[in-house]
Design a protein around this ligand. Structure first.
Ligand code: PSU
Ligand code: MN
Length: 317
């Protein structure tokens, strides 16, 4: 069966003309941030992408239809319905069969973006290996989907509620290429550094574009993780955040929260403990990673055009 994918007119046109498109998730808008910060953020993200000369494609499922690119009204619809289910790639078939709606996680968004032929995706912080995963085995499907989507994923590392050391180990084991762009370390969401060096640093966006294309040629389904730390002015103090996270993690344990509810529970507890600071920091990270994704997507599109011309010249010359 053909997937019921509906593209916004501008995304369809941009894809047809091989222009830069940046895909965005909707779960963070629906559930990660509260109204009205979430709607303001969703609109600001699209604006940042456009300002760089790329086209934004926020992804969601609405009434049994996969949507690639949403209108302002549709963003508002999602932003005011936090009861919309969080859906990962494992949930998508049921959502389509039931003709229902869902806010897509990174994992689900990557799967949809791959079907849609989009090459770039931006997220603030990925899901990853949870603290205590040695016992719980709670590892986000976001990481798995990196190994079968073939996108350039721009983010500030993974959320710092996770075990970032284990997250890096997992990525290494699954041979996901991880690179920090113009930075040495693996970032930690709204903190600049996780304390771990990134496996690779690249400073030149053109070389990065070339690496993305080589990765496509080598293993078309393997995504590349491109990390960029949140700006210094937006970063939160690591020690304060760590305390809040440790307390929130204990709270979740005591409340017996497991499965796909855990991430949101801990994020909200941290938000409370920091009097809303972490939500604003989350927004700042999103804005930054999305802007970098758009900037890189535009350079990547130009790189591909130049390369095509070069190949055509060689063929005729
Ligand atoms: N950002 C937030 N809160 C969230 C998420 C992002 O502030 O809940 C979502 C993202 O959509 C991400 C997902 O893909 O959490 C990961 O969830 P899990 O750990 O259950 O795989
Ligand atoms: Mn999980």
């Amino acid at each position: 069966m053909a997937l019921p994918i509906r593209y916004s007119a501008e995304v369809q046109e941009a894809l047809a003309e091989q222009q830069a498109v940046v895909a965005l998730e909707s779960n963070v808008i629906c559930q990660g941030l509260d109204y009205p910060l979430n709607l303001q953020t969703a609109l600001a993200l699209e604006q940042r992408v456009r300002a760089q000369g790329a086209v934004p494609a926020t992804l969601a499922v609405l009434h049994g239809e996969i949507r690639v690119g949403l209108t302002g009204d549709e963003l508002a619809y999602l932003a005011t319905r936090p009861q919309t289910p969080k859906i990962s790639s494992r949930d998508l078939a049921f959502v389509l069969a039931g003709r229902s709606s869902g806010a897509t996680t990174v994992a689900c968004s990557l799967q949809i973006a791959a079907h849609a032929g989009i090459r770039f995706f931006a997220s603030a912080g990925l899901g990853g290996v949870h603290r205590g995963a040695q016992q719980s085995m709670d590892i986000s499907g976001d990481l798995i989907e990196l190994t079968r989507s073939g996108l350039a994923v721009v983010c500030a590392g993974a959320k710092n509620i996770l075990d970032l050391g284990l997250t890096l180990e997992f990525l290494e084991t699954h041979n996901v290429p991880v690179v920090s762009y113009q930075f040495d370390d693996f970032p930690a969401f709204y903190c600049r550094s996780s304390g771990f060096k990134a496996p690779k640093r690249l400073d030149d966006p053109w070389q990065l574009a070339a690496a993305i294309e080589w990765q496509q040629a080598i293993a078309p389904r393997q995504s590349m993780l491109i990390c960029t730390p949140t700006p210094v002015a937006d970063a939160l103090d690591g020690a304060v955040v760590e305390q809040a996270i440790a307390a929130a993690t204990r709270q979740a344990e005591q409340a017996g929260i497991i499965g796909n509810a855990l991430t949101r529970f801990i994020m909200k507890a941290v938000e409370q403990a920091t009097a809303g600071q972490s939500a604003l920091a989350n927004q700042a990270v999103l804005l930054h990673t999305t802007e970098v994704a758009a900037e890189l997507a535009v350079i990547h599109a130009r790189f591909c055009q130049q390369h095509q011309h070069h190949v055509a010249d060689q063929a005729t010359g």
